[in-house]
Write a new protein. Sequence first.
Length: 170
Amino acid sequence: MSFRDLCAHRRSIRKYTNAPVEQEKIDYMLQCALMSPSAKRTCPWEFIVVRDEAKLRPLAGCRTYGSQMFNTATAAIIIALDPTLCDNTWMADGAIAAEHILLAAAEQGVGACWCHVHEREGAPELVRKTCGIPEKYEILCAIALGYPDEERSTYDLSRLKYEKIHKEMF
């Protein structure tokens, strides 16, 4: 599969079967995340893998909208970052690592969905308490993982917003 095909295929999946995601696939996603670029190669991220239902299900309540996929997810990866390691780039560094996880999941047939946690509706506090994350870390997002229990079509290249592309000048 070409990279463009992978991008067209990757969609946010919010409903999952009860089949667990194999540890080897999660390890692959984490290896891809560890290879993502970061400012000055500071690698400010920490990845917390959550598989225990007693920790997964409470994540569904971290937001009033947009976190319900943790009710059926069989795993999650929390991305926490140490902002003292970089010059205001921790959020970008974490987002790049998250995208590596999302693309690696899609490549392996695993459904995934980003849930934004940073500065959202008490979400950081719930995730921090549920997963025992020290105060010095900023929590960017939680990525729900599982085998899809919903069909999502690939992107239609003819319907992309090409008007958002500018050449030489805005």
